[in-house]
Design a protein around this ligand. Structure first.
Ligand code: BJ8
Length: 422
């Protein structure tokens, strides 16, 4: 990746520190990913994207900026990419998944908050993430308390616009969400200098719908037994969806789906059909957080679905256009996003319905509830999820962890016992 030194310099990055970060990834990726057997050929594209993670796409972002356009960073699947792309800006997901950034995050944040927040904060303040450094605007949102308060600090380092996200799914709150999307539209028009037209919004809705459709096609293939792709590879594809060029990404996902469909026809899989099928539900796994999948799949169980924001919550439901005017288009977008069932909402019964539905659709043997340390909303919601799973006779296990490797062996022991019990 050293070919990109000039790019990183131009982004004002801390090169010395960044070298240390870059040195960690290849060995880790080789251990977690390249050691897998029977990987689909189509993963070569995603390998390439990871091998130059801080080069290829950031270079495209910078090229876009030199043409006078903007780059916008987001942290939550409630922020509609449709509006960002309609303003001729590029949207990139910035959630931090690396332990490397946590100590820098802890310089300005308390230690006892979720690692995802500490990691993205550390990525920004350490100037070691070219995605952050490329952004002209960051869009925060009022979801959990940790994120809500983190924006106040992040504002010292970047231009941040905060969306007031409702926390109940009532008609009144839906109107509030629409208002917030209108304000976001104005903000995007202001920073880009581009008017968001109905036509531009319709095409970006189609662009993002296509991406979601491709991911759904990929996930549907994971319902097969034997499963044609590992959970680790599927997770990586989902993680890359947050920052890759949407049209190219869609094409590459569709290509790999074609290959997987052939595998299914031939009865080929990456795990024997007797392997236990695991569903993960809970908090998101931002790149390069592959810890839980790696443990589970090293124990020869297959992760077949993730009910997370780096899983089904990201791609389920498309925007259904219900009219041609700007108001109708924004309304259609809001309807799609209001169906996301995040634990920051109360009550959040639909998430429980989703978990039970997905457990059945993907024929899982057990569910692992994944909670990032100090994430209260998801931790508390486990009580009702567990009750519902037990009622259905679906075994489950709660895992609470962070990004460090310190508990890996302990987790492996617990997960091994869980899988043996299934
Ligand atoms: S829609 S899950 S992406 S808020 S940062 S809530 S892990 S304590 S990320 Fe999220 Fe949007 Fe909801 Fe999805 Fe917990 Fe950490 Fe908060 Fe987190």
């Amino acid at each position: 990746m050293s070919d990109y030194k000039t790019l990183w310099e131009s982004l004002g990055m801390d090169l010395e520190k960044h070298d240390k970060l870059c040195a960690l990834l290849p060995g880790f990726y080789e251990e977690v990913y390249l050691s897998q057997e029977k990987r689909p050929q189509g993963m070569n594209y995603f390998n390439l994207v990871v091998s130059a993670i801080h080069g290829l796409r950031p270079q495209e972002l910078v090229n876009h900026k030199t043409q006078g356009e903007k780059v916008v960073g987001t942290f939550c699947v409630f922020v509609p990419d449709e509006l960002i792309f309609a303003a001729d800006a590029i949207g990139v997901g910035l959630c931090g998944g690396s332990q490397f950034w946590v100590p820098d995050g802890e310089k300005v944040l308390p230690k006892n908050i979720c690692p995802l927040i500490k990691s993205f904060m550390g990525a920004k303040i350490s100037k070691t993430c070219p995605f952050f450094q490329s952004c002209d605007l960051l869009i925060g949102e009022t979801t959990c308390d940790g994120k809500k308060k983190a924006w106040e600090i992040l504002k010292d380092y970047a231009d941040v616009h905060v969306i007031h996200l409702p926390q109940m799914k009532s008609e009144k709150e839906f109107s509030l969400f629409i208002k917030e999307l209108e304000i976001l539209k104005e903000k995007l028009e202001e920073i880009t200098g581009n008017k968001i037209t109905e036509d531009a919004l319709k095409s970006s809705i189609e662009l993002i719908n296509n991406k979601r459709r491709a991911l759904k096609r990929l996930y549907d293939l994971r319902k097969q037994n034997p499963v044609p792709i590992s959970g680790k590879d599927a997770l990586l594809i989902s993680q890359i969806s947050f920052y890759d060029d949407p049209a190219r990404f869609t094409q590459k996902v569709n290509e790999i789906c074609g290959e997987l469909e052939d595998r299914v026809k031939n009865g080929e899989g990456v795990f024997p059909s007797s392997s236990k099928r695991i569903m993960i539900t809970g908090t998101p796994m931002a790149i390069p957080n592959w810890k839980l999948h790696h443990i589970i799949e090293s124990l020869n169980a297959a992760v077949v679905v993730e009910e997370t924001c780096t899983g089904t919550r990201y791609f389920e439901n498309e925007v259904k256009i219900k009219g041609e005017s700007m108001n109708e288009l924004i309304n259609s977008i809001a309807e799609r996003y209001f169906k996301i069932n995040c634990a920051c909402f109360t009550p959040n019964k639909d998430r429980i319905h989703d978990i039970i539905r997905l457990a059945k659709e993907y024929k899982v043997d057990g569910v692992i509830y994944y909670n990032l340390q100090f994430c209260q909303t998801y931790a508390i919601e486990y009580y009702n999820v567990k009750k519902a799973l037990e009622k259905e006779g679906i075994p489950n296990l709660l895992i609470e962890t962070d990004y460090s490797e310190s508990d890996t062996e302990q987790l492996r022991t617990r997960i091994e016992a869980f899988i043996e019990m299934l």
